[in-house]
Every structure is written in structure tokens, then in C-alpha cells.
Design a protein around this ligand. Structure first.
Ligand code: BJW
Ligand code: ZN
Length: 236
């Protein structure tokens, strides 16, 4: 731990990649793993444009259920440690796959949400976008201006990542001295390739995860613990 703490303290350019595990201690269910079932539904079959086209009401019921659940969750010590270290670094980027908004709630500002946000809403008809934190009285919700279907502002399987967020992440991975990969199973592309990309460019890679993942083997240090406990120790 002392060696890895030294890498983090001494680097001028730090990138942190987070996944659902970082929000687990806040009470947000993860996608995969024994606890990773959302309302006993297979999340992977619902997080697709095909599922939405086939049954928008069912997909929306799942999102409305998750939005309710996340509304009751607060950032944990891992989110707080990430927000605090940002202020100490000249060059910093938090790249998150999480759509829950808890990093911003904890005070993170230099953050790219590469899978979008569960609070963002987009009209399939006219493309209008807005932030909506309240529940919709009727599902699926419809656009006030064009009557088109509204969809959650998240990235589903088979969809491209938001261009700016993805470009910013790739640029940072090519120049950061240290990358911390926390709370992700590292199976969903393109984020699953970020550790290797940073490593190729010479960064030290540190993993924080209770379980082994496909990227564990290329990491310079691995901490097999909960991010709410390991991150404050590593970054503090
Ligand atoms: C703790 C902890 C604690 C627990 N502390 N840790 C074949 C067909 C079609 C597409 C593809 C294909 N092959 C490949 C693809 C591409 C596809 C992909 O990767 N699929 C694989 C699954 C095979 N990717 C995409 O489609 C992406 N787009 C893309 O690549 O565009 C180009 C392209 C298009 C088409 C074809 C090919 C290329 C888009 C991916 C979008 C992912 N979207 C989701 C849903 C978001 C919306 C929503 O929230 O509803 O994003 S899926 C879901 O997985 C979510 C997550 O962000 C993402 C990653 O999951 P994450 O964060 O890693 O969570 P878990 O649950 O998997 O892991 C939790 C971890 O935490 C575990 O390791 C625990 O051990 C750990 N943990 N407690 C620390 N306390
Ligand atoms: Zn519209």
C-alpha cells in the first residue's frame, strides 16, 4: 500500500476509472455478480435499444425503479476520496461508467460519464434533451413538443459512447502517469480496454476490487477490498 500511495501522491497526472462497485456501498446494486440482479431481471437484456423498441414500458419500469432506488442513495467514502484527490492534481480525470450521478454529488467536477446519466432524458423523435429527476406519472413518458417517446440518457449495448466523453477519456489514458481502476468487472467495451491502453502509454495501473477481473493480470498493484475502504487509504 505504501508504494502505491507514493505513486499516487507523486504523480502530476492521475486518471481514475470507476464502475458499479464504487456505488455498491451506497446501496446501488451492481450489474453482475451474486448481488447484481436488478429486481430479479437480467439487466443485460433490458439495456439494449432492441428491448426498448420492443417494450418501452417494461424498460421504463426498470429505469423508474432504479431512479427511485438511486434517489435514496448518498455518496460513500470512496466517492469522497476521489472528489478530494481531484483538488490536489494539476491533471486529473475521473472516467465513470456509472450513470447514478453520485460522483458529482460527492463534489467531483473533472468527470466524464461515458455511459451517460440515468437523470438525463432524450426524445427519440426530435432529439430534445433535458435533466429530469422526478418520476413520470405515466410510462413510457412522451415528449411535450413532438409527442415522441422519451428514453433514458444512458448508453445501451450496441450504441456508441458520447463522442466528447470518449475522446477525453482516450486522451487522458494516453498521458496519465497513474490509472486507478475501481469497482468494475472490466468486461464491457470500450472501458474494458482502458487499463491496457494506459499501460501501453507507460502508466502505472492500480486495481481496487474485491474480486479478480480480466485486467488484474496487467496491474502494477491490486487491492482486494471495498472501494469505500481502500480508496480513502490509497488517496488520502
Ligand atoms: C466492488 C465492490 C466494492 C463490488 N468496492 N468493488 C457483441 C454484440 C454487441 C455488442 C458487443 C458485442 N461484443 C462486444 C460488444 C460491445 C459491447 C460490449 O462490451 N459487450 C460485452 C458485454 C460483450 N459494448 C458496447 O456495446 C458499448 N458500445 C460500443 O462498444 O460501441 C461500439 C460498438 C457498437 C456495436 C458493436 C460493437 C461495438 C456500449 C456499452 C454500454 C454499456 N451499458 C451499460 C448499461 C448502462 C445504462 C444503465 O445503467 O442501465 O453500462 S451495461 C452495464 O455494464 C453498465 C455498466 O456501466 C457496465 C459495466 O459494468 P460495471 O460497472 O463494471 O459493473 P459490474 O456489475 O459488471 O461489476 C461490478 C464490479 O464491482 C465487480 O467486479 C465487483 O467485484 C466489484 N465490486 N462491490 C469495489 N464495495
Ligand atoms: Zn420530441
Amino acid at each position: 500500500m505504501d508504494v502505491a500511495r507514493g505513486w499516487v501522491r507523486e504523480c502530476g497526472s492521475l486518471c481514475i476509472l470507476t464502475g458499479a462497485g464504487v456505488s455498491a456501498e451506497s446501496g446501488v446494486p451492481t450489474f453482475r455478480g451474486p448481488e447484481g440482479l436488478w429486481k430479479r431481471r437480467d439487466p443485460i437484456s433490458l439495456a439494449t435499444p432492441e428491448a426498448f423498441a420492443q417494450d418501452p414500458k417494461e424498460v421504463w419500469e426498470w429505469y423508474q425503479w432504479r431512479r427511485k432506488k438511486i434517489r435514496g442513495c448518498a455518496p460513500n467514502a470512496g466517492h469522497a476520496a476521489i472528489a478530494a484527490v481531484e483538488g490536489e492534481k494539476r491533471d486529473f480525470l475521473l472516467v465513470t461508467q456509472n450513470v447514478d450521478g453520485l460522483h458529482r454529488a460527492a463534489g467531483s467536477r473533472r468527470v466524464e460519464e461515458i455511459h451517460g446519466s440515468i437523470w438525463g432524458i432524450r426524445c427519440v423523435g426530435c432529439g430534445a434533451e433535458r435533466v429530469e429527476r422526478d418520476d413520470f406519472p405515466e410510462l413510457p413518458p412522451r415528449c411535450g413538443s413532438c409527442g415522441g417517446l422519451l428514453r433514458p440518457g444512458v448508453v445501451w449495448f450496441g450504441e456508441m459512447l458520447p463522442r466528447e466523453a470518449s475522446d477525453a477519456a482516450m486522451e487522458m489514458l494516453s498521458r496519465c502517469e497513474v490509472l486507478i481502476v475501481a469497482g468494475t468487472s472490466a468486461v464491457v467495451a470500450p472501458a474494458s480496454g482502458y487499463a491496457a491502453a494506459a499501460k501501453r502509454h507507460g502508466a502505472r495501473v492500480i486495481e481496487v476490487n474485491p474480486d479478480e477481473t480480466p485486467v488484474s493480470g496487467i496491474c502494477d498493484a491490486t487491492f482486494r477490498g471495498k472501494s469505500g475502504e481502500v480508496l480513502p487509504a490509497l488517496l488520502g
